[in-house]
Design a protein around this ligand. Structure first.
Ligand SMILES: Cc1cc2nc3c(=O)[nH]c(=O)nc-3n(C[C@H](O)[C@H](O)[C@H](O)COP(=O)(O)OP(=O)(O)OC[C@H]3O[C@@H](n4cnc5c(N)ncnc54)[C@H](O)[C@@H]3O)c2cc1C
Length: 400
């Protein structure tokens, strides 16, 4: 098989890989993007199990606007998110405290928009297909990587070989690029798991998301994109044995359990998608770069799904990478990559520690940790300045 040459090779065609390909391709830069599992068709049947939605904050949307026509995507398949309600439930499940965060408190009409991953993926793919500078390799993965001072050599799962000035690892939490370059990870693991599914419910939710804290983990209700105010996505985290039990329940029984756990926040529920499950293993790469290679997105940081941080953090990775690369003639110049990694490492580490700490607080049944959680929520909701700082930290905005 003939060797192919490119400026940037992106491993992984998920949301992160597609955004990176679009951001880095232009007439002076040729990009190749591969995906081990996806044939890059947009048939819904490709992802019957991926009913996930993502809340993208205003900062991320500003960047996405430079890559695709967001206006159409948001008006046809988005939902404004302008309020977050945090409920603290006592040991018996009774609601003890309600804290409400409104986008008005930071003078914004919304925090961001909720978009279905599937629709975002399709919109990104349409733009990628339009670009003459991006070549897609469907159902082909990275098998092995070795690097030299001037280039990265990529061996593909079909035996093909690529030579690139820069290799971007956007191939998810089990990144083969990361493994092949022998970059280790910091791991945080709790006996916790999660399920996510879509529901139809009796009470309207509007533009609000609700997080209910008890022990075991948060139970989050996120409005589904579109006009309908009676459909939502649930992210439910709890002890592994409980999640395993819920996951195996038939739809009607799972809806009853979810209704109980939600304290009736949105009334009676009915499942409208099958549940998807994941485990409570979270990790961050110990290094974000290597000679001729960088790691981004879940290949670099896999966080608990709390406070809608994951993909928003990824957008910040891509924005910064683009900033550095735009200034350089050679996108894989070691100086560019070290500058990128040193500027990116601590903000990512801070989010990694922050979300895992919040997750531990929500998981724990220990009285001091429960008290800390409830005192924290009360402090942030009763003090305007603390509330503003918390919201801006969550939204990845400059604090001062
Ligand atoms: C329940 C849940 C809710 C979430 N909600 C939010 C939210 O509201 N807001 C937010 O910002 N984030 C959220 N996140 C996080 C967000 O969904 C992820 O950060 C994002 O989808 C990950 O994108 P990715 O492209 O890094 O990884 P993936 O989507 O996993 O893509 C990686 C791709 O790499 C491919 N691949 C794997 N191995 C190889 C290989 N060897 N070679 C080539 N390709 C390969 C895979 O096929 C896959 O397509 C949530 C996560 C979960 C679990």
């Amino acid at each position: 098989m003939k060797k192919q040459y490119c400026d940037v090779f992106v491993s992984g065609g998920g949301l992160a890989g597609l955004m990176t390909s679009l951001a880095l391709a232009d007439k002076s830069r040729k990009v190749i993007c591969c995906d081990l599992n996806w044939d890059f068709s947009t048939e819904i049947t490709d992802f019957p199990q991926d009913q996930r939605v993502t809340a993208l904050f205003n900062n991320s949307l500003e960047f996405l606007k430079t890559l695709l026509s967001l206006k159409t995507l948001l008006s046809t398949s988005g939902k404004r998110l302008s309020e977050i309600e945090v409920l603290e439930a006592g040991a018996n499940g009774d609601i003890k405290q309600v804290s409400t965060f409104s986008s008005k408190s930071v003078s914004k009409s919304e925090f961001g928009w909720v978009i279905a991953n599937r629709n975002l993926r399709s919109a990104l793919l349409a733009e990628v297909r339009r670009s003459p500078y991006i070549n897609l390799l469907p159902k082909v993965g990275v098998a092995k990587v070795f690097t030299r001072a001037r280039e990265a050599h990529i061996i593909l799962s079909n035996g093909g070989r690529i030579v690139a000035k820069l290799l971007v690892g956007a191939d998810g939490k089990n990144s083969q690029v990361r493994n092949s370059l022998q970059i280790n990870t910091r791991n945080i693991s709790l006996p916790q798991a999660g399920i996510s599914f879509n529901i139809r419910h009796k009470k309207p939710l509007g533009q609000k998301s609700i997080e209910i804290y008890q022990s075991g983990g948060p139970f989050t209700i996120i409005p589904l994109p579109g006009e309908d105010e009676y459909c939502s996505n649930i992210i439910w985290m709890d002890k592994t044995e409980k999640i395993d039990k819920y996951y195996n329940l038939e739809a009607k029984k799972l809806a009853i359990e979810a209704g109980k756990r939600s304290q009736g926040a949105v009334g009676e529920m009915e499942l409208i998608s099958s549940p998807m499950k994941w485990t409570g293993n979270y990790q961050m790469a110990k290094k974000l770069y290597h000679e001729r290679a960088v790691l981004i997105a879940e290949a670099a940081h896999n966080l608990p799904p709390l406070g809608a941080q994951g993909l928003n953090l990824t957008v910040s990775d891509i924005k910064l990478l683009l900033e550095f690369i735009t200034l350089a003639e050679d996108p894989g110049d070691i100086q560019i990559l070290t500058n990128f990694a040193s500027k990116r490492f601590f903000p990512v580490l801070l989010k990694f520690i922050g979300t895992n700490f919040l997750n531990l607080l929500s998981f724990s049944n220990l009285v001091p940790l429960r008290t800390l959680r409830s005192k924290g929520a009360s402090l942030f909701s009763s003090n305007n300045e603390f509330q503003r700082l918390l919201i801006q930290f969550g939204l990845n905005e400059e604090l001062f």
